[in-house]
Design a protein around this ligand. Structure first.
Ligand code: SF4
Ligand code: SF4
Length: 88
């Protein structure tokens, strides 16, 4: 399941640089997550970095983008060819 950013976002920009998949960018009214690049941080980190850094808890799981851990890992591999995922 990818994360999405709700309208709680205050556009501070803190999450953009934290995303290991470059999935976050500045949208027209607030920051947005590209679900094709969000792996819930599976493959890179133990916890979702955007959630950890956001001061207003704007990123939430998107029930419209549900994926298994295996699918998230495959997405990570396609985004990081030749790299080894962190699985702990
Ligand atoms: S959960 Fe991780 S991969 Fe997804 S947008 Fe947040 S920081 Fe990026
Ligand atoms: S850290 Fe939170 S408030 Fe700041 S841009 Fe990202 S989602 Fe928006």
């Amino acid at each position: 399941m990818a994360y999405k950013i709700t309208d709680e976002c205050i556009s501070c920009g803190a999450c953009e640089a934290e995303c290991p998949n470059n999935a976050i960018s500045e949208g027209e009214t607030m920051y947005v997550i590209d679900p094709a690049r969000c792996t819930e941080c599976v493959g890179s980190c133990q916890s979702p970095q955007c959630v950890d850094i956001c001061p207003v808890e704007a990123p939430v799981l998107d029930p419209d983008n549900q994926e298994s851990r295996e699918a998230l890992l495959e997405k990570w591999k396609s985004l990081h060819p030749g790299e080894e995922p962190k699985l702990d």
